[in-house]
Write a new protein. Structure first.
Length: 83
């Protein structure tokens, strides 16, 4: 099934070829979770990401159990840095 993955900052380099403006279409298996997508894209699994599914934040404790559906929008953002 297809989902759209949007990233921020340097995480765009993990998106599939042909992705533009830090957003790309990703084929995932039925029953996939945000954690599965992070692993599938080759992102460091220990990253302190902000994960948002269809506009709702997914807590770290639910990333391995929240299942994705066809045409979902999954945003994976790097941690904010400031000074």
């Amino acid at each position: 099934m297809q989902i759209t993955v949007k990233t921020g900052g340097r995480l765009g380099r993990f998106l599939p070829p042909g992705s533009a403006q830090n957003q790309g279409s990703v084929e995932v298996s039925p029953g996939a979770t945000p954690s599965d997508v992070i692993r599938q894209l080759g992102m460091p699994e220990d990253g302190a990401y902000l994960v948002i599914l269809n506009g709702t934040s997914v807590p770290k404790t639910e990333r391995a159990s929240q299942t994705l559906a066809e045409n979902d929008l999954l945003a994976i953002m790097p941690p904010l840095k400031g000074g």
